[in-house]
Design a protein around this ligand. Sequence first.
Ligand code: SF4
Length: 475
Amino acid sequence: MPKFATAARDALADTRLRRGLRSATEAGRARQAGAAAELDDWEALREAGRAIKDAALLGLDVHLEELERAVTEAGGTVHWAAGAAEARRVVTGLVRATGETGVLKVKPAAAREIGLDAALAAVGVTTHETDLAEVIAGLGAVPDGPDGPDAHPDPARIRELFLRGLPGAPPDLTDDPADLVAAVRAALRERFLTAGVAVCGVDFMVAETGTMVLLESEGNGRMCLTLPGTLIAVAGIETVVPSWTDLEVFLQLLPRSSAGERMTPAVSTWTGITPGDGPRAFHLVLLDNGRTKALADEIGRAALRCIGCSACLNVCPVYERTGGVPYGPVHQGPIGAALTPQLRGVKSAHHASLPFASTLCGACADVCPVKIDIPEILVHLRGRVVESRRHRPVPSPELLMMRGAAWTLGDRRRYETALRRGTRWARLLSRGGRIRRLPGLLGTWSDARDLPAPPAESFRFWWARRPSRARGGRP
Ligand code: SF4
């Protein structure tokens, strides 16, 4: 992907998308604030969430081994995947072993992270999304965004997409939302009843019991988890919590922060397999893919506390204007900017640009239910990006400018000379009291800002010319 700023251009120029995002994020903020205000102990809950996740991450090795034991005892099979390629290989092998040619998906973030769709397609297996928003997105290029009708295409556009690509969509389909949902339900029901394999993500894994927990609003998750004969869960290792009682905290924090609900409509928990009930085979793929590297970073590791509620997206002024696409396909919004460079490194221009896709206003840290100080992580990562470029054979223009500034500001004479010349130069560029465009690379800065012409004389020189008495008697 290109740098964040380049990737965001299309979204910034799309007024319909921006209107939709504004409306969806405003509604999300109001719902979250209302749901949090209902609880007197909201701050205590946040603090408990932070503490549980921190403790879980510090004892990750112990908890994961306990989890593996419990899942295995309950009839499941645990696979460890150090990276995306290994996870793809494991899941593809498991699906092929079933002989199925189609796979259902629910909570697809982890599957998206490992690029599962393309890997399965390469061996002739088709994946089917089951979340309504994902079904719509899968039928056409639609803007990403928080769940909410305003961030998605209008009903007329959805009807067009359904008529073109949704199996069994009736030709007389209207754009009434109830009709559209009914068409998706009919198409998915057929798939639920015939599918042999499902791949799911999870929200939490309970180490002491080996229990998987999945929260969703549409009921599609429950169908995926119970009807197919083989269930494969792909889970980031950071989703483990030590004990069942820890869920008490997160099952309050997550729905209120996510959709402003008191509880999530469908909370599914399962432990291994139960003969005669649900899947006959359960596989758990524990995905590292950069997480242990992030865990080793004292500041950056806080991002692994994330419980995926999206509250930080709704309050972010950058996300509200760009939507999710410029952040990349997996982790979006402020937490995406803090997590992706840690998981993927900062070598690519896109990943290196993410920590800068923020105003550092701090709204994300204020709202986060597990108190992740995202701005602190972003500043830390900015330092890492700068550091990674320091020893390049050809320094970046930014680094050259910073070195020049350091040299100039390091000496009073040099600074004053630069100030005089810079003021003269800037006044030559100005028209009508305003500089319309700075030359060269600096032009990118002035393209998006009003730049007033500087006064003929800076305060510093004016002050130096004043008689000493007027300056308070000091020389
Ligand atoms: S970082 Fe964002 S998505 Fe993650 S828990 Fe905090 S507010 Fe929710």
